[in-house]
Design a protein around this ligand. Structure first.
Ligand code: HAM
Length: 404
């Protein structure tokens, strides 16, 4: 038997219904915030992710679905959505329309060659929003509020963590201080972190190793090294969240696993799904457009992990809906077809092709969770009627085909 690849899975029946229900809720909220849909290819040039997500990140270093295609191009299945959206933004020259705002949302499959476990897949789905052209911290707040609204609409409890990663004025200075500090205790760091000291020292801050965390207790702190403008924006973000009753905590070690962030970084955590508890993440990435050869454009965004949400969300009970239609004799089927087609204009219709006795049809209607079971036999045909049972109210009736 051929099976799905490790870390990849099918979404069928209840899972499929839950998946589309979640996406619909997210879309509804994003549209209310003025976001428009964008679709970008799953396959992109590998260098797009190397330059955006970062060569030293775990995603690019260890987890890419990368290969050489038949035209000898080095390509990669997207590990996340932001890089492709930024590429599309630049390619369609939206970066040249100074002063305009572009707010885009997307959803789709992402691929990371990680070790699969609960809540962590090799193919997973994200719903994301990217906002271009707005440098105000009100936009950072509004995006966080949007994620919070999405989780409220889905009845999901969350914890919000925020941090500021500074800008290209204050971050390099902090980075140098941190490197000096880390070098003094390099031998005690885990092997990943001692490599990171020279490749990406900021990532040491969110290492889960307890010895690294102990060493970090004495390290210089990012929040104490912000320049005046970053500090002002971070204070404003906190006060906006407080004033609008969105609970949060500042996590001074929150740096995110992708290299493109500056200033605001945030993560939404759920207490209900075990170790892989991050259900959404995002932040500001003001340098990325320029870094990918576009015109410098401030930007901020987030992505939500759909699979992790699916573990928490309960599908509301929908009840029975639509029609099940069946015949007692096979020749009646052809006569019934126009009526079936007309009813499909109103809602879900399941048509049984096989003639059956009434009892068989009632069972069939129950199996497909139909509200109404409609059966036509010789008698009904002669009198121009149909037999209908409302399976919820348990009422049976014979009514004229025309009225039906
Ligand atoms: P990220 O934190 O790497 O950010 O991913 C966002 C969310 O995707 C995570 O919080 C998690 O829920 C889900 N996720 C990540 N990896 C997996 C996996 N292997 N299996 C299941 N779910 C997973 C980004 O991808 C950024 N592009 C977010 C962003 C948009 N920042 C700015 N704009």
């Amino acid at each position: 038997m051929i099976k799905a690849l490790r870390g990849m899975r099918d979404l069928t029946f209840d899972d499929g219904r839950k998946f589309t229900y979640i996406i619909k809720k997210m879309e509804d909220v994003a549209k209310k915030y003025g976001y428009e849909y964008i679709e970008t290819p799953i396959l992109e040039e590998t260098k797009l992710f190397k330059r955006s997500v970062g060569e030293s990140s775990d995603i690019v270093g260890k987890e890419m679905y990368q290969f050489i295609d038949k035209g000898n191009n080095d390509v990669c299945m997207r590990p996340e959505g932001t890089a492709g959206v930024v590429r599309a933004f630049i390619q369609s020259k939206l970066d040249r329309r100074a002063g305009e705002r572009f707010r885009l949302f997307y959803h789709g499959a992402m691929f990371r060659y990680e070790r699969p476990q609960k809540g962590r897949f090799r193919e997973f789905h994200q719903f994301g929003c990217e906002s271009f052209g707005e440098e105000s911290v009100y936009e950072d707040f509004t995006l966080i509020q949007m994620v919070s609204d999405i989780f409220k609409a889905l009845n999901i409890k969350f914890k919000l963590k925020i941090n500021s990663l500074g800008c290209n004025r204050c971050m390099p200075r902090y980075r140098d201080n941190l490197i000096d500090f880390l070098k003094s205790s390099e031998e005690q760091l885990c092997s990943d972190c001692s490599r990171r000291v020279s490749t990406n020292p900021i990532r040491v801050l969110d290492c889960k190793n307890s010895q690294c965390q102990d060493i970090l207790k004495g390290s210089p702190k990012l929040v104490d090294n912000l320049c005046e403008s970053c500090s002002r924006d971070f204070e404003k973000l906190k006060s906006l969240l407080r004033d609008n009753k969105i609970d949060f905590e500042v996590d001074i070690n929150l740096v995110r696993g992708l290299d493109y962030y500056n200033k605001t970084a945030f993560e939404f955590i759920s207490g209900e799904i075990g170790a892989q508890s991050a259900i959404a993440g995002g932040g500001r990435y003001d340098r990325l457009v320029e870094f990918l050869d576009g015109k410098s454009t401030p930007a901020v965004g987030f992505a939500i992990g759909i699979e992790r949400i699916m573990d928490i969300v309960e599908l509301p009970y929908n009840g029975r809906d639509g029609y099940y239609m069946g015949v007692l004799d096979s020749h009646i089927l052809d006569i019934l077809l126009p009526l079936v087609h007309k009813k499909r204009g109103e809602g879900r219709v399941y048509l049984e092709y096989k003639p059956k006795k009434l009892k068989g049809h009632l069972k069939g209607a129950d199996r497909v969770n139909a509200r109404y079971c409609l059966v036509v036999g010789e008698n009904e045909l002669k009198s121009g009627t149909v037999w209908v049972k409302d399976l919820e109210l348990k009422i049976e009736k014979v009514i004229s085909m025309e009225d039906f």
